[in-house]
Ligand binder design. Structure first.
Ligand SMILES: Nc1ncnc2c1ncn2[C@@H]1O[C@H](COP(=O)(O)OP(=O)(O)O)[C@@H](O)[C@H]1O
Ligand SMILES: N[C@@H](CCOP(=O)(O)O)C(=O)O
Length: 312
């Protein structure tokens, strides 16, 4: 359940007077999600999603909300933030930074088909192209410097063979430089739970709160490591090929990107291996997360190390 901050109808109706979206009819908490509080809000104009941010501060939101607005304006399937009478996308509600976005159709898919993977790859490439004209910038807070430092603080508490494997990967990645690869706006967390699908159509990417400027290929690798991963933890060849084919139907990879692809798949796996280890060994007091299994991404990384066919 992820309604951490309760909002009453009277309080919401008063807050909504700053918008031109009609009168409040009803609100309903959304159970899915981990980090923020979300509600479906029905007004006389239609349905919206209200998000109350539990971690991000009001002054941190413009990058993400303006990015979503930019992408939606360029035809990328994602929620469009609604501006209020001061032309702002966010303001305080119940003491939390809050925003309204358009409500998408579709739902999360736990076991996607190859056709769905292809559609996600295609939309990801469209997002990368549309991001080219977004003027704001955000560094990746979870890049190589972060994972090296974080891993260094955890080796001592890990099982020795797991720590050796993690150390091997961090050392391997330190020898790689991806700076020559095309960069732009990346979602950086395009897992299955951050995409709503309507059949084989991408209804929308959601949860842009790790979005930043980074190497585009990294985003492709993050998506593939989740979308093509089966219940057994192995990457499914057909789904991997489908996601890549969808992506390359819009933005073919360059020669440099193709050369870097095997290492990038490992880098993308390492990022989530380390963040899940951090959540496991250093759970934040009061943080309402359920710990996701770090072993899943250890396996992803170790399998990529041993792989010879990378689906290109
Ligand atoms: N714009 C939207 N349209 C429709 N449903 C949405 C929208 N945004 C979020 N949701 C629903 O709310 C759930 C939680 O959203 P999410 O952004 O993942 O929350 P959290 O940031 O807490 O992880 C999603 O799984 C989806 O079902
Ligand atoms: N998709 C990631 C989780 C990222 O979100 P977080 O807020 O839980 O760090 C994963 O599955 O590890």
């Amino acid at each position: 359940m992820s309604v951490y901050t309760s909002v009453g109808e009277a309080e919401l109706a008063a807050w909504l007077t700053r918008y031109s979206i009609g009168q409040l009819k009803s609100l309903k908490g959304i159970a899915a999600g981990i980090t923020n509080t979300n509600y479906f809000v029905d007004t006389t104009h239609g349905r919206y999603v209200l998000t109350l941010f539990e971690v991000l501060a009001l002054d941190e939101l413009p990058y993400y909300l303006e990015l979503m607005s930019h992408l939606a304006r360029h035809g990328v399937a994602c929620p469009a933030p609604i501006a209020d009478s001061t032309d702002s996308y966010a303001s305080l509600l119940a003491g939390k930074p809050a925003c309204l976005v358009t409500c998408l159709t579709g739902s999360e898919v736990g076991a996607p088909s190859s056709a769905q993977c292809q559609a996600v790859g295609e939309m990801l490439a469209a997002m990368h192209e549309a991001g080219n004209t977004f003027p704001k910038r955000m560094d990746n807070p979870r890049g190589p410097a972060w994972w090296s430092a974080t891993a260094a603080g955890l080796y001592g508490e890990m099982d020795a063979s797991d720590a050796a494997s993690l150390h091997e990967e961090v050392a391997f990645q330190e020898r790689y430089r991806f700076a020559h690869l095309p960069t732009g706006v990346v979602h950086a967390d395009l897992f299955r739970d951050n995409v709503l699908l309507d059949g084989e159509r991408v209804a929308g990417f959601i949860d842009f709160y790790y979005a930043c400027n980074d190497v585009l290929l990294y985003d492709v690798a993050i998506a593939l490591n989740d979308w093509a991963r089966g219940e057994d933890g192995n990457i499914d060849d057909d789904k991997a090929r489908a996601l890549l084919a969808g992506y390359q139907s819009v933005r073919p990879l360059t020669g440099d990107e193709r050369a870097a692809w095997p290492s990038m798949l490992r880098a993308a796996g390492l990022r989530f291996w380390v963040s899940r280890l951090l959540d496991f060994y250093r759970p934040q007091a009061g943080e309402m997360t359920y710990t996701k299994d770090p072993k899943v991404f250890q396996k992803v990384v170790e399998e990529h190390r041993a792989r010879s066919d990378f689906w290109l």
